[in-house]
Design a protein around this ligand. Structure first.
Ligand code: NAD
Ligand code: SER
Length: 322
């Protein structure tokens, strides 16, 4: 039996799409009492242990890290791409000042390991559109992407200058059933399942042929934990690893949903989010992740769609019963 003591963990942004599932997985792995969830919402009504915490409040964050002697810190607090274009100042403050707050507070309190996610949004119109490599042209057009690219370099800087062990993944668009979409450009691929099950139709804000890198949430959660538990000696990238799961367009996803709901219909009304999607690659090369810590995705478009529909149907059936 493994005698290694469980790390004391703090998850910031724990009520979001990734945060809910990651917190659940970490609690199952390390014990609920070792994993503190935190977000902006007040503690009332939240499952303990939970703290109300603003990631940009460096003083409060430092106090929490010291008081609970946190070993592993996951900072998931962010304003996603589409919401960030509506509120660029807010996006910069949460994404950038929030990260710096995390890095400084961790440096002064003995946090042993940090996870902070980056995104495919670091790529831009001059990146390799078909298969974006780990290193290459990056000219993000959104404030979200700019903050992620700058954030990656801050992470690398803190590793070089202060020896902080920071681990990061460039998540593709993530698809999960445990939380509602949070303001991202790839979030159509979450919303479409809710609309398909509830109404049998969906109006998509991207074009039919707009292919993007995507990943089912169970793969993303597993990748995160595998990277956080990988031996430091094997890791060659201290900015952020490309991470790949699958790639599909709205039309491909709609066709897959139709295999389960034959009457499902989709219409296309592209809006400002189309320009964001057009600036991102359709797939990315994650060779370094596969080589350094043996990353391998499990889900493809067919298995993800099948599993999503099982859970979304169960969710709405339970709602009707209650
Ligand atoms: P989300 O929008 O669903 O959740 C973000 C959470 O952060 C929310 O619960 C929100 O309340 C919280 N938050 C916002 N401002 C805060 C603040 N000042 N202090 C503390 N908490 C604050 O986003 P998500 O999809 O869960 O994304 C989590 C992380 O993964 C983010 O860094 C995001 O950039 C990254 N990511 C997500 C995707 C995706 O497709 N969902 C893709 C790539 C990267
Ligand atoms: N999925 C995210 C978004 O669309 C990208 O990180 O904003």
């Amino acid at each position: 039996m493994d005698q290694t003591p469980s790390p004391r963990v703090l998850v910031i942004g724990a009520l979001g799409q990734v945060g809910r599932e990651l917190t659940e997985a970490l609690r199952a792995r390390y014990g609920a009492e070792h994993v503190i969830a935190s977000d902006l919402a007040p503690a009332v009504g939240q499952e303990a242990p939970y703290l109300s915490l603003d990631v940009t409040d460096r003083k409060a964050l430092t106090e929490v890290l010291a008081q609970y002697r946190i070993d592993h810190l996951y900072n998931l607090a962010a304003i996603l791409s589409a919401k960030g274009e509506r509120e660029p100042q807010l996006a910069w403050r949460v994404n950038m000042e929030g990260l710096l707050s995390t890095l400084e507070a961790a440096r002064h309190t003995g946090v042993r390991r940090i996870f902070w996610p980056s995104s495919i949004a670091v790529f831009g119109p001059h990146s390799n559109h078909r298969f974006a490599p780990q290193y290459g042209q990056m000219d993000p057009t959104t404030i979200y992407g700019i903050s992620k690219l700058a954030g990656e370099q801050w992470c690398h800087y803190y590793h070089r200058q202060y020896g902080l062990d920071i681990r990061s993944l460039r998540y593709p668009g993530l698809i999960g059933y445990k939380a509602l979409p949070g303001g991202g450009t790839t979030d159509y691929a979450v919303d479409i399942f809710h609309q398909a099950v509830q109404h049998g139709s969906y109006t998509c804000f991207l074009r039919a042929d707009s292919a993007l890198p995507m990943m089912y949430m169970p793969d993303a959660i597993r990748a995160t934990i595998e990277l956080m538990e990988a031996p430091a000696e094997g890791l060659s990238i201290h900015s952020s690893y490309n991470l790949s799961g699958m790639s599909f367009s709205p039309e491909m996803l709609a066709n897959e949903i139709r295999r389960h709901i034959p009457t499902f219909s989709i219409a296309y009304e592209p809006d400002f989010r189309q320009a964001i999607a057009d600036s991102w690659p359709e797939s990315i090369d994650d060779t370094p992740a596969r080589a350094d810590w043996a990353w391998l995705p499990e889900y493809d478009l067919a298995s993800m769609t099948e599993d999503m529909l099982v859970h979304i149907r169960a969710h709405y059936a339970a709602e009707v019963r209650s």
